[in-house]
Design a protein around this ligand. Structure first.
Ligand code: ADP
Length: 364
């Protein structure tokens, strides 16, 4: 029973309110990622769950028990930070067992917890080494091992991979995911990196300015963003957004020249004359003959390619569309010269319409 429940949780620093009444139900064994731009309140939220920050209002429950006034050590959580200071004079084995030793656990119990954590994390061969003789990734694994040996109900991760280089970050992401599959504990993980959130989370909680903007599976947020903030934060490259207006007949007018049928999801949610932002991903605008087989409503367009970014299996194409620079994607790429005009098709059924003022998605 290790659900974590936040009810109307508030954090104030003097006059400044950093977290504005957050409600969140995290299930036993769930991997939840709090993500959002710097300063949105995700670390503060995590630290209130950990007991490292006072809660200014509302309630935090872990395993059904209100923990607002419990010190961190009584919450049965383990936290892994960005700065995972290992004790330099201790071996990996001693680092792993240290918290249990301090808690005066019997030698045999410490030995077995350390052995198990070392096996789970592939540290068996390194137990007698000192941290100075480990790579960055190995050190991060020891930091995770220290969290595991305490057999916490909940793991809390605060940007644990931020100090690692890009390649190592990708490797450690996979290791963290495997660790969760093996151990199965509840995990709450904070990052500003949407790729980390997409790849790790069972459920993403996207925050902005101390509020939750959207909660859902990675694909929920990717496929059905509630507003333009989510649409441009989740997914790489960010969703293309083009200004437009709804015509008298309920079609879309984009820029001065382009008229398109209304995407199916927005029909019934728009009114004539409404100012909108039209959103589509690079994957939904592809040159003819360079996409996967697609069904559904297509809009043919001819666009001039200004710039290309070859990525190997695909190439990103930058082109002007209704007065904006947009990105399109070419699968099975061939070289494209700047200035080349190509026939494209836009997958209308995958496109989104947002109210331009509020940024909210318009869905019928
Ligand atoms: P994030 O983790 O999303 O980058 P934080 O939770 O660290 O954001 O911070 C949220 C807001 O609270 C920010 O505006 C930050 O400046 C403010 N804040 C964080 N810690 C303190 C503090 N100890 N004192 C005052 N303001 C703080």
């Amino acid at each position: 029973m290790t659900e974590v429940t936040l009810t109307d949780v508030i954090k104030r620093y003097g006059q400044h309110q950093a977290v504005h009444g957050i409600n969140l139900d995290i299930q036993d064994g769930e991997f939840v990622v709090l993500v959002g731009p710097s300063g949105c309140g995700k670390s503060t939220t995590l630290r209130m769950i950990a007991g490292l920050e006072d809660i200014s209002g509302g309630e935090v429950k872990i395993g059904g028990r209100v923990v607002n006034d419990l010190p961190p050590r009584e919450r049965n959580i383990s936290m892994v930070f960005q700065n995972y200071a290992l004790y330099p004079h201790m071996t990996v084995r001693e680092n792993l067992g240290f918290s249990l030793k301090i808690a005066k656990r019997p030698e045999a119990e410490i030995e077995s917890a350390v052995t198990e954590a070392a096996q789970i994390l592939g540290l068996d061969e390194l137990l007698e080494r000192k941290p100075a003789a480990l790579s960055g990734g190995q050190r991060q694994r020891v930091a995770m091992g220290r969290a595991i040996v305490r057999q916490p109900d909940v793991f809390l991760f605060d940007e644990p991979l931020s100090n690692l280089d890009a390649k190592l970050r990708t490797q450690m992401r996979v290791e963290i995911k495997k660790l969760h599959q093996k151990v199965g504990n509840t995990v709450i993980y904070v990052t500003h990196d949407q790729v980390e959130a997409m790849t790790l989370a069972d459920r993403i909680v996207l925050m902005r300015d101390g509020h939750i903007v959207q909660t859902g599976t990675p694909l929920d947020l990717f496929n059905a963003p509630v507003d333009t903030f989510v649409a441009t934060f989740i997914g790489s490259p960010p969703m293309n957004l083009v200004d437009g207006i709804v015509t008298e007949t309920g079609a879309l007018r984009l820029g001065d020249h382009i008229t398109l049928p209304m995407p199916s999801e927005a029909r019934g949610a728009v009114s004539p004359g409404q100012e909108i932002s039209f959103g589509f991903r690079a994957d939904n605008l592809m040159p003819d003959g360079h996409s996967v087989e697609e069904s559904g409503q297509m809009a043919p367009l001819e666009l001039e390619v200004a710039l290309t970014e070859p990525l190997g299996t695909e190439t990103l194409l930058f082109a002007e569309f209704a007065g904006r620079e947009v990105q399109a994607k070419m699968l099975n790429p061939r070289p494209v010269q700047p200035g080349e005009r190509l026939p494209f098709h836009l997958m209308l059924d995958k496109c989104h319409v947002f109210d331009r003022k509020s940024g909210k998605a318009l869905r019928g």
